[in-house]
Design a protein around this ligand. Structure first.
Ligand code: NDP
Length: 267
């Protein structure tokens, strides 16, 4: 059970104004995307894999980091642990050699190590912060110089709705995800005049391995509080990343874009 269902189509028809055209006007075809060189961290599964796949289909040159597993067809896979500075450097060097300088960075790799505050170890705190926040900082710092040189760049951080809402048992994770907002907004101010944007995407409850670890009760609780009445799909997030990476988002920077079915609205 994932909450209330959308209204039946018949109800939607009933509120159509009488003077509405009988056939919808033909929408103009979207302009072709400018192909960009994209690097997605954590592209082996879940959201990162979905993002890499979708951006390749949209015509971009896409590389993705992995630690285990593989990356989707058509994507250049680069082994990289974002907590190891040398591996980050080597990954960028390889992408630059094979696909050109990174124009769009999707800092997606992330982990959870949940536990209540009073029982959380220093290691659980440091590991999550080092991956989710410092790892994102490492890749953004490495991406920035070539972007500034090119006078073009898009940095997209994958945060989480809990970065704004908070979440019992996730002080480390929520702090790391909230930190991405301060980082992105500082980068937006620092790099905006050089044509580089920095935005944050805050997914809600998306069906991936990460959320599969949550108990049935937690899942049911989330579903009941999502206005759209369903959990999110990986492609819901990938579509928003495609938008932020694309030509249409050129005047958007420092934004926090929720992709959460309304779960986190109100702040
Ligand atoms: P998954 O656990 O499915 O995937 C996480 C990815 O991050 C994997 O590809 C993993 O690689 C990679 N990763 C983890 N640690 C490192 C590291 N040190 N170095 C390099 N790569 C690493 O998670 P999701 O797809 O669900 O989550 C992706 C992002 O979206 C995360 O930042 C998460 O916080 C965020 N998010 C997810 C939500 C959800 O509902 N699923 C909701 C809100 C935010 P490997 O497996 O090879 O180690």
């Amino acid at each position: 059970m994932v909450g209330p269902q959308p209204p039946p189509v018949a109800n939607v028809r009933a509120v159509t104004p009488p003077d509405a055209p009988s056939t919808p006007p033909t929408a103009p075809a979207p302009p072709p995307a400018t192909p960009r060189t994209v690097l997605v961290t954590g592209g082996s599964k879940g959201i990162g894999r979905g993002v890499a796949s979708r951006l390749v289909q949209a015509g971009h040159r896409v590389a993705a980091t992995y630690r285990s597993g593989d990356v989707p067809d058509g994507v250049l896979g680069v082994r990289c642990d974002i907590t190891v500075p040398e591996e980050v450097e080597a990954a960028f060097t390889r992408v630059e050699a094979e696909l050109g300088p990174v124009e769009v960075l999707v800092a997606n790799a992330g982990i959870t190590r949940d536990g209540l505050l009073m029982r959380m170890s220093d290691d659980d705190w440091h590991t999550v912060l080092d991956t989710n926040l410092t790892g994102a900082f490492r890749v953004a710092r490495r991406a920035a110089r070539p972007m500034v040189r090119a006078r073009f760049g898009r940095i997209i951080f994958i945060s989480s709705v809990v970065g704004q809402l908070g979440s019992a048992g996730q002080v480390n994770y929520a702090a790391s995800k909230a930190g991405l907002v301060g980082m992105a907004r500082s980068l937006a101010r620092e790099l905006g005049s050089r044509g580089v944007t920095a935005n944050v995407l805050a997914p809600g409850f998306i069906e991936t391995d990460m959320t599969a670890e949550l108990g049935e009760k937690t899942v049911a609780g989330y579903a009941a509080s999502i206005p759209l009445g369903r959990l999110g799909a990986v492609d819901d997030v990938a579509g928003a990343v495609e938008f932020l990476a694309g030509d249409a988002a050129g005047y958007i920077t420092g934004a926090l874009l929720p992709v959460d079915g309304g779960l986190g609205m109100g702040h």
